[in-house]
Design a protein. Sequence first.
Length: 315
Amino acid sequence: MSLPAVNPYAGHYQQPSATTDRGAVDPGRRPGLLRLVGRGKASDLEQQRLTRLQAPVSRPYRISVTSIKGGVGKTTTSAMLGLTFARYRDDRTIVMDANPHAGTLADRLLGERVMPTVRDLVSAEQRMRAVNGRGLTEPAQIHQYLGRTDRLMVAASEQNPDISESFDEGDYLRTQDILARAFDIIITDSGTGMKHSGMRGTLAVTDRLIVVAAPRFDAARRAVKTLDEVYAQGYPELVKNAVVVITMDTPKAVGINFDTLVQYFQQLCTTVVQIPYDRLLYAGGTIDYDRVSPDTCGAYMDLAAFLADGFSGAS
């Protein structure tokens, strides 16, 4: 008997090829060591960073990327962090678009295409539960509702605003539960609405919070407001251990003392990471990791290594 959890986009959605101009990528094998530093032998410092980045994780670890201000690089940060983990780790990483307002994460990673969404994934889970009482239990069943770029899997958001607004806290919790059956690292690109019920579902299962800011007064204030909102919703530990990522959306900060900005955020949370300006990333097109500047890739590796430092404490 055929199972009812069938991808409704079969024949319409084609997953991106795992073949690049470097040749086929074996999903079970990590790419070469630190490509971004060239063909020479990696330095001890670079090797230490890679070792930290590859720290084992004993259970599904959930990272949420958020900011109540749009246009500060939140989706870019989610995408680049996912690509970094997928490239330098053997386990399974997924990025999920939890923006209720037609998020662009899938566009940035896969280009514009007709593809399944988190709504389709949850609907398939409900149909399968009606059949076997357990839902989608096999990774292959889950993967057919996702996109893929290189070794990174992508869960797209609903693009119909009426449907996406109805995707509530319970739906996000169900989505996280489904993804935890197939993935070791789950990165959620959250929307800007901290009061949306989906955001409550996201925060409820978050292990590590990333708040994205830009080197501007308004963006810095909104980053602080984001931390305040998370605290007010009852998650002081997420605020205490949060990482503030300052994305340079221009070649240099104008009208603001960058060192003062960093010191200010360091009083509020664990650490601050600066991501250098990259012209290709901030053009807003589909991200090609191999065309991103070495400095920017290195900064995201630093961010990923810092987050991986916390994997050992995930019980």
